[in-house]
Design a binder for this molecule. Structure first.
Ligand SMILES: NC(=O)c1ccc[n+]([C@@H]2O[C@H](COP(=O)([O-])OP(=O)(O)OC[C@H]3O[C@@H](n4cnc5c(N)ncnc54)[C@H](O)[C@@H]3O)[C@@H](O)[C@H]2O)c1
Length: 361
């Protein structure tokens, strides 16, 4: 095909997860890629089709693309996104949006000055179970949600072959340094933002030479007075719980599965229930009535339970239909900035630290 939104992809490890979607949709086309590791482009030769292989990011931005997927190491997301926005190129950025407050400010300035769309691809918001819970929360089934918790517990400490960006930007840095997955999930449910964080950690036990805590816990207060607890741990020897999250409202609760043999559960305060005999129900009892339309007919049979394709689809639709970005620059920083401020809090023994609202910048 020759028509469609012309995409470039920067960074072909994580970036390669989007090839299947781009190559299968009628209204998108992979036009160019860039990765300084040319072995990656060789490995992906069949899937890249006739896409132009560029020597640099700048060359890719100059070759006539409409949109770019920024899937490079984490510290490049904000500057590369800003560079594309300045040229009027729509941006789908990987998480996190930025690695410093200075980067946050530069990204906001670029997004404000651009007519192009920016979306941070926080795919956990699009996971089937979490999307269903969001729709139930929006419908008021849980009442007023006043507590939520979620985790990113993923043993990826510097093993041979581990992604280098983690080594530089996560290990050795104290705080909840990679938390858009759990925090984005719960802020999406709450439709709220974090105003302050307190962060404390365990200290380093697994690898004291690195200095980062094995586990960090960030407590967040939101603008509407909800409490959110986020645990971040990329060190501890145990199976991952990437997708654990839970909420509590005035009318009920949800708990995600923690283990593969577990199930997602909901408890609602239904009329006539004796509080002494409350029971959990399977989340999937609510699927027929509350699953968002974009999940109808979608498949969970892909990386990250099918959420990657749906997240990118939401971006493509907002560009083609000229509708607001589902996770625009401000929302992206709502998901990102609390983690940056947790680094300040943990160095001050868990002191409460305010989180800036970049809408007011
Ligand atoms: N949303 C998700 O579920 C998810 C999953 C994995 C990774 N990520 C994010 O994606 C990003 C990349 O992760 P990864 O695991 O692929 O990392 P990685 O380090 O394995 O790969 C990054 C790739 O980017 C390339 N690169 C480096 N500099 C570049 C440049 N200037 N221009 C173009 N390419 C460049 C590298 O050669 C490498 O191939 C991370 O920041 C991570 O946060 C998100």
């Amino acid at each position: 095909m020759t028509a469609g939104l012309r995409f470039g992809i920067a960074g072909l490890n994580r970036g390669s997860h989007f090839l299947r979607s781009l190559n299968s949709w009628d209204d998108t086309r992979l036009a160019a890629v860039c990765d300084p590791d040319f072995a990656r482009t060789e490995q992906l030769r069949d899937e890249l089709g006739d896409a132009r292989v560029c020597e640099s990011y700048e060359e890719m931005l100059e070759c006539g693309i409409d949109a770019v997927i920024v899937a490079t190491p984490i510290h490049l997301h904000a500057p590369q996104s800003a560079e594309a926005l300045r040229r009027g190129i729509h941006v789908f950025s990987e998480v996190s949006a930025a690695t410093s407050l200075e980067q946050c400010r530069a990204l906001v300035a670029a997004a404000r000055a651009s007519s192009a769309k920016y979306m941070m691809g926080e795919n956990c918001c699009y996971m089937k179970s979490f999307a269903l819970v969001k729709s139930m929360a929006d419908a008021g089934l849980f009442g007023e949600v006043y507590y939520a918790e979620a985790e990113y517990v993923h043993e990826v400490r510097p093993f041979p072959g581990a992604a280098k960006w983690r080594d530089r930007w996560l290990f050795g840095r104290r705080g909840a340094t990679y938390i858009t997955h759990p925090l984005g999930t719960v802020l999406n449910w709450l439709d709220d933002r974090v105003v302050s964080v307190n962060c404390v950690g365990t200290g380093p036990h697994i690898d004291p030479s690195r200095g980062n805590d094995d586990s960090s816990v960030m407590l967040c207060l939101t603008s509407r007075g909800a409490l959110v607890k986020i645990r971040h741990d990329e060190m501890s020897p145990r199976p991952s719980t990437l997708n654990y999250a839970a909420l509590q409202g005035t009318n009920g609760a949800y708990e995600a599965l923690r283990h593969d043999d577990d199930t997602h559960r909901v408890c609602l305060d239904e009329p006539g229930t004796d509080p002494k005999h409350r029971k959990w129900r399977p989340l999937w009892d609510f699927e027929a009535d509350y699953l968002p339309g974009y999940w109808q007919g979608a498949s969970e049979d892909d990386v990250h339970g099918g959420s990657d394709g749906l997240t990118l689809r939401a971006f493509v639709d907002c560009v083609l239909n000229d509708t607001p970005s589902p996770i625009d620059v401000y929302r992206a920083l709502d998901f990102t900035a609390p983690g940056l401020m947790s680094e300040v809090s943990i160095e001050q023994a868990g002191a409460q630290v305010a989180v800036p609202d970049f809408r007011l910048m």
